[in-house]
Design a protein around this ligand. Structure first.
Ligand code: MTE
Length: 322
């Protein structure tokens, strides 16, 4: 966001006029907040949330399209989900990702799954799509920048893929890699992050039934901006754990260092569980702005999935393991 691409399409061309202006205000707030904080890391880090937004017209939610969370929250518009993105391989400008990634070709595509497994294998995308039935799952998605959406993913539990390769008993973590190809992902020619983008989960987190490999949303195959052809979704963790356009998955013994932890270890921890009680060093995580809504919502512990995932962390100090 802070490193604006001069030739990015005007957002008014891809979103409606009202949203465009609301978003410009939102963005301007972020940049202002950023410029008053003098830290070198800031220019590499995600934008702080804007707490100044007072007046936002609600975007028409997609209730009519029938996608709701179990708690009855309507999914965000397809237009929001596909035009307000973080995908630093293309640009750091959220509203520019869709255009920059438009011609990203995701066929053929293979995913290598190896490391500490009995049956390492490189899967063709079509094989992956046949591993398990594709389900629609409507999850809350909470970005570390304190905005959120509700997204109707299509995909299957990552556990199904891990089962295929038979993890060895000393595999403790799973390390994920995004494609590295600066000709196809032009922002990899900059050093805004260390490439390839890497993420990690503990093996039990990766095997948890809520953890998805998403291949689509709103019942359609993923568009490039959302991480086509295959991305991770970990609904109880901040959005940056949900790594896009995955080409390699390794089972490993040691805790992986993710791209964001590498960039700013004090700001982005390995666990990154949504936790309203643990502030980001530059902003609170107690509240969030649901894209398309007025005002702020209270952020829920584990993004509201505590009943299902809290037991993964019993006995752990979640402040120390942020
Ligand atoms: N994966 C890759 N490879 N590169 C990225 O820049 N950004 C992360 C995550 N996965 C990112 C990524 C961040 S910060 C967020 S909030 C989500 O993708 C955004 O997903 P979305 O654009 O589909 O909403």
């Amino acid at each position: 966001m802070l490193i604006k691409d001069s030739d990015d399409i005007k957002s008014s061309e891809i979103t409606d006029e009202k949203n465009y202006w609301n978003r410009r205000n939102f963005i301007r707030g972020g940049v202002l907040a950023a410029t008053t904080t003098a830290t070198g890391l800031l220019y590499r880090g995600l934008n702080p949330p804007n707490r100044e937004v007072k007046k936002l017209d609600p975007v028409e939610l997609s209730a009519k399209q029938g996608y709701f969370t179990a708690e009855g929250e309507a999914a965000n518009d397809f237009a929001d989900i596909t035009n307000y993105n973080n995908f630093y391989e293309f640009t750091t400008t959220k509203e520019g990702v869709a255009r920059r990634a438009k011609n990203f070709v995701t066929r053929p595509w293979t995913v290598e799954v190896g490391g500490l497994v009995h049956k390492p294998k490189t899967f063709d995308l079509d094989e992956i799509l046949k591993l398990a039935p594709l389900e629609d799952r409507v999850y809350r998605f909470r970005c570390v920048e304190a905005w959120s959406m509700v997204i109707p993913w299509m995909g299957f539990p990552l556990a199904e893929l891990l089962k295929q390769v038979e993890p060895m008993s000393d595999a403790r973590y799973v390390k994920f890699f995004t494609l590295y190809d600066p000709d196809r992902m032009p922002n990899q020619k900059t050093d805004v992050l260390t490439w390839p983008y890497i993420e990690g989960l503990r093996l039990d987190e990766a095997q948890h039934p809520l953890t998805l490999l998403a291949t689509g949303l709103y019942g359609k195959m993923l568009l490039p901006q959302n991480g086509a052809p295959l991305r991770l979704v970990v609904p109880w963790k901040y959005g940056f754990k949900s790594i896009k356009s995955i080409v390699k998955i390794l089972l490993v013994r040691d805790e992986p260092i993710s791209a964001w932890t590498d960039a700013a270890p004090d700001e982005y921890g390995f666990y990154s569980n949504v936790n309203p009680k643990v502030s980001h060093p530059r902003w609170t995580q107690a509240t969030e702005r649901r894209i398309g809504e007025f005002g702020l919502r209270d952020t829920l512990m584990f993004n509201g999935y505590g009943d299902q995932v809290a037991s993964l962390y019993s006995g752990m100090d979640l402040k120390a393991n942020f």
